[in-house]
Design a protein around this ligand. Structure first.
Ligand SMILES: O=C(O)CCC(=O)C(=O)O
Ligand SMILES: [Fe+2]
Length: 674
């Protein structure tokens, strides 16, 4: 707290700072026109392969270049977490350590039932069984292999020998080219395994992290975009179009993309109840809007095409005397209950000294394929990292292991449109199971802990790590408030305890990345006006202090939360100014200037002032997202009325000063810079 430059007066910056871009350090500096990311000093940006540089004293007021650099880093987080940018989590991966010979529970389950304590469940793994070959040549083995010279080891060698040279698709044909792919493979009809990505929780994680967001839900509820206004469409129409476009993109094999192809127009229009009648109708539409059959179609085009057809349809219906609005929102239901289905595709063996698969994009097996899952079985090898690339970013999944060293099942999943590559295997045999991931009807929307997720592989973690290793990033330390994107039952009398375990999608990505970067954080309720609890920052500082004393840092998981349960409050219709009557959690329209002079000095006044000061010290990221009924406020007087208030959830994160981060403070450097 001491390091923070606390403003003396109430912030006026709402006048010039967009919600979600509020930065307390700019209080006295409204942004200047033309101030952008130009002139960024790159010499400061510590490489992630080097240790931190000795901490220079941060200047009292950061210079423009440092500010611009910091802004770029903050914008990077915003982008990853905002709307379309969430698709920036293009890959994720994890590991399942072996807990062998753990025995089964009396009921025969591998995983003990825990009377509802789902979040404490441990997923155990056992040997992965493999059967292969036909009849007399058939064999079976189990990995990891427990000793040299055993039957399992001999069978493992037979398996490797029995694999066929792996082909790949080029120009629509299956080809074999050792320069491009040096591997062996077995098709699903040539082997059997008892490994199950569902049982081990991998599919739950992949679903939560890679199921693309529903863009329609992120768009402001009742506000119309300029496009909708231009085409005389309502907010509901607009949302239907966004849902339908989203559905088309996600049901294609390019879910990380944001644009629709012209070839998807017929299906889109059919889903919006204005189907194309025939081929001439399709060609006429393309001509009217100057579209190429093999090209992409932009949002303005889609709005124009749909609006034109809706209006024509409405006119026809009016003439018939039957006016209907565009079809039932079946699409919305389909989108909400989406899930991911994994289908086993191949067993691959890349052997040292030169097994590899050069950069490629997987051939989609159907329109609904959204990605691939690769599960690396526990056999010793070296090299052979899986590089996954998307829009200039690369994440390396390095799974190489030494015999008798780490035994684990490791996995990675990525969207179909990501280029990937298996780097050269220098020794041993790298065995992988590949699965095609399809968009499918899902079941529940929530799952437990991300048990085998490897957060260090999340792109957002890399960005946090880069920011923390940068002298220009919050040199004096501070607080970041990430607004969560999803809604949770955070005010339910019991369920609010479970919210930290329920985080979904980008919220889970965010929390896992923050945790992996070893930042202190807490889940907090903030009201519509981004007012946190009065003690929120102090509690965060206390957590930080406690953690410093307990070095090495505890691995406390999940974050503490200060979410309140539902509260029903009766209010007398009584305007006597007594401390108890002042609402401690003023709603949107309240601020200090609304308070009566007589209230100055009251507890309510002081609390509100502290909350406002706290709000000003936080750099806010993200602002949209659903709200949750937080407090039922029953007022009675002349007329009994129920006052309802909505709140949002934020993950408040403490960022240490550069001195502390770089190790010249009171503790070791908390960020692992490999
Ligand atoms: O084995 C791997 O790591 C990836 C294999 C792959 O990319 C493929 O089979 O298409
Ligand atoms: Fe591939």
């Amino acid at each position: 707290m001491d390091d923070i430059d606390v403003p003396k007066s109430t912030c006026q910056c709402a006048d010039y700072m967009e919600w979600g871009r509020h930065d307390p350090r700019n209080h006295r500096r409204p942004p200047q026109p033309g101030q952008s990311g130009t002139g960024i000093q790159t010499s400061h940006s510590a490489s992630s392969t080097q240790g931190p540089a000795p901490a220079p004293e941060p200047p009292d007021l950061p210079d423009a270049a440092a500010q611009a650099r910091e802004q770029t880093l903050l914008d990077g987080f915003r982008e990853v977490l905002a709307g379309e940018g969430r698709k920036a989590t293009f890959t994720c991966g994890g590991r399942l350590p072996f807990v062998l010979r753990s025995g089964r529970t009396p009921t025969g389950d591998l995983t003990p039932r825990t009377e509802g304590k789902v979040q404490e469940q441990k997923i155990l793994t056992e040997h992965v069984g493999l059967r292969f070959g036909k009849r007399e040549e058939s064999g079976k083995t189990a990995l990891p292999i427990d000793g040299q010279g055993t039957a399992a080891e001999r069978a493992f060698r037979d398996l490797v020998r029995g694999c066929k040279p792996a082909t790949f698709g080029r120009d629509g044909k299956d080809v074999y080219d050792e320069e491009y792919r040096r591997a062996g493979a077995l098709g699903v009809d040539e082997f059997m395994t008892d490994f199950c990505p569902y049982k081990t929780g991998i599919i739950d994680i992949v679903t939560q992290l890679l199921l693309p967001p529903i863009v329609g839900d992120l768009a402001p509820g009742s506000e119309r975009s300029e496009l909708a206004v231009q085409h005389h469409l309502t907010a509901a129409h607009e949302q239907q179009i966004r849902y339908a476009v989203d559905y088309e993109i996600q049901a294609s094999n390019r879910p990380a993309s944001t644009r629709m192809r012209v070839s998807q127009l017929p299906s889109l229009l059919a889903n919006l109840n204005v189907p194309l009648t025939d081929q001439p109708d399709f060609h006429h539409t393309l001509q009217t809007f100057d579209l190429q059959p093999a090209g992409k179609v932009t949002f303005p085009n889609i709005f124009a095409i749909v609006a034109k057809r809706w209006h024509a349809k409405r006119l026809a219906e009016e003439q018939d005397g039957a006016v209907r609005t565009p079809g039932p929102n079946e699409l919305r239901r389909k989108m909400l209950y989406r899930g991911i289905r994994a289908e086993l595709y191949k067993l691959n063996v890349y052997s040292g000294p030169s097994g590899l698969f050069k950069p490629h994009v997987d051939t989609p097996r159907s329109d609904t394929q959204i990605g691939s899952l690769v599960v690396c079985l526990p056999a010793p090898f070296q090299g052979g990292a899986l590089a996954v690339r998307h829009q200039g970013q690369e994440i390396l999944h390095t799974w190489a292991n030494e015999w008798e060293d780490e035994r684990a099942i490791q996995w990675a999943a990525f969207y179909s449109d990501c280029e990937h590559e298996v780097l050269e295997v220098t020794a041993g045999h790298r065995l992988t199971l590949t699965y095609n991931l399809f968009l499918a009807p899902g079941t529940g929307l929530l799952a437990g802990n991300p048990l085998s997720l490897q957060p260090l592989q999340l792109p957002l973690f890399r960005q946090l790590q880069e920011a923390l290793a940068d002298t220009d990033f919050m040199p004096k330390g501070g607080y970041i408030g990430f607004m969560l994107a999803h809604s949770y039952p955070h005010t339910h009398p019991q369920l609010h305890h479970f919210v930290p375990n329920m985080l979904k999608g980008s919220d889970m990505v965010l929390y896992e990345a923050v945790h992996a970067a070893q930042l202190i954080c807490a889940l907090e309720t903030v009201d519509d006006n981004a007012l946190p609890r009065e003690d929120a920052l102090e509690d965060l500082d206390a957590l930080h202090q406690a953690d410093c004393r307990r070095w090495p840092r505890s691995d406390a998981h999940p974050p503490p939360s200060h979410l309140a349960a539902t509260e029903i409050k009766y209010e007398e219709d009584d305007d006597e100014a007594c401390e108890d009557n002042v609402d401690m959690h003023p709603s949107d329209d309240e601020d200090l200037s609304d308070m009566d002079e007589s209230e100055e000095g009251t507890l309510g006044y002081r609390v509100l002032k502290r909350r406002m000061l706290s709000r000003e010290q936080i750099v806010w990221i993200g602002g949209g997202g659903p709200q949750e009924l937080s407090k039922v406020h029953l007022a009675y007087g002349n007329q009994a009325e129920l006052k309802v208030k909505y709140t949002k959830l934020a993950l408040l994160v403490k960022v240490m000063s550069w001195a502390e981060r770089s190790g010249s403070g009171t503790r070791e450097n908390p960020v692992s810079l490999e």
